[in-house]
Design a protein around this ligand. Structure first.
Ligand SMILES: Nc1ncnc2c1ncn2[C@@H]1O[C@H](COP(=O)(O)OS(=O)(=O)O)[C@@H](OP(=O)(O)O)[C@H]1O
Length: 256
């Protein structure tokens, strides 16, 4: 009895395997037929996917544009200046002809705000940091950050870190050797305190001014001239660099 049951079971298994093989073959034929019909309706590129580095360069190449450094004929199309255009006036963005190059915490913001009250002066709203951090973006980028001006108006920008940036004098000279440079100077001690106070307000765990300003933090010992806020007050050191590229007559010093 047991032997007979076993023989039936083997036959059933054989039949099931055969059935499964046949159904697998039919499914395969059916799906490959659908796939071939779908691919007939698809555009050719689907068969030849483009690998990123094989994209024909000609599609993306750009022509070289010569950027005018001193002025542009590009009209500002902003609706804000519609009234000007209606009057035949065309405000254009120009590279600055004067820069407030420093010094940090010297009162540079106040100076810029006073100067820009004059109707013939227009200033970039915020520090553009072109000659230190953004030089790689190019003069076209720099000019796009300037306010549109009318003929006769002067463009001015202030970024106090230009004064201590090693490459800045050469870069500014390359833009325009007649650039006027404004330097607000302040007593180096009060300037250093102002600089420190600003940094400490952002970092409450910072050491005290006295601990930072003296070598080894010993009050009354030698002043650490390598400490940023003190070092920046050594105006002559940075000024020497600027004077290699600009005559003194192009620099204006403002104090107090
Ligand atoms: N009119 C005027 N005269 C003199 N000093 C003035 C003036 N206006 C602002 N200040 C003081 O200048 C300090 C800020 O300087 P900056 O605008 O150059 O700062 S920054 O470098 O742009 O962060 C900052 O100094 P502290 O207050 O000592 O931090 C300002 O108070």
């Amino acid at each position: 009895m047991i032997a007979m049951d076993f023989s039936i079971s083997r036959k059933t298994i054989f039949a099931l395997i055969t059935l499964a093989a046949i159904s697998f073959y039919i499914t395969y034929l059916f799906s490959s037929c659908i796939a071939s019909n779908m691919s007939k309706g698809m555009p050719k590129w689907r068969h030849n996917p483009v690998v990123a580095n094989e994209i024909p360069l000609i599609q993306y190449s750009t022509s070289v544009r010569v950027v005018s450094l001193l002025e542009s004929n590009e009209t500002d199309i902003s609706p804000k200046y519609r009234l000007f255009r209606e009057q035949g006036l065309h405000p254009v963005r120009q590279l600055p002809s004067a820069l407030v190059i420093g010094v940090k915490k010297g009162g540079t913001r106040a100076l810029l705000e006073f100067i820009r009250i004059h109707p013939d002066v227009r200033a970039a709203g915020s520090e553009v940091h072109f000659f230190d951090k953004n030089y790689h973006r190019g003069f076209q980028w720099y000019r796009s950050h300037m306010p549109p001006t009318l003929e006769g108006q002067l463009t001015i920008e202030k970024t106090p870190s230009y004064f201590i940036t090693k490459e800045a004098p050469r870069r500014v000279q390359m833009m325009n050797p007649s650039t006027k440079l404004l330097v607000v100077v302040r007593d180096p001690v009060t300037r250093a305190i102002s600089d420190y106070t600003q940094a400490a307000s952002k970092k409450p765990e910072m050491k005290t001014f006295e601990e930072m300003v003296f070598i080894n933090g010993t009050v009354g010992s030698i002043v650490d001239t390598s400490w940023g806020p003190v070092k920046l007050g050594l105006y002559y050191k940075y000024l020497t660099r600027w004077l290699k590229f600009f005559p003194l007559s192009q620099l204006l010093f403002i104090s107090d």
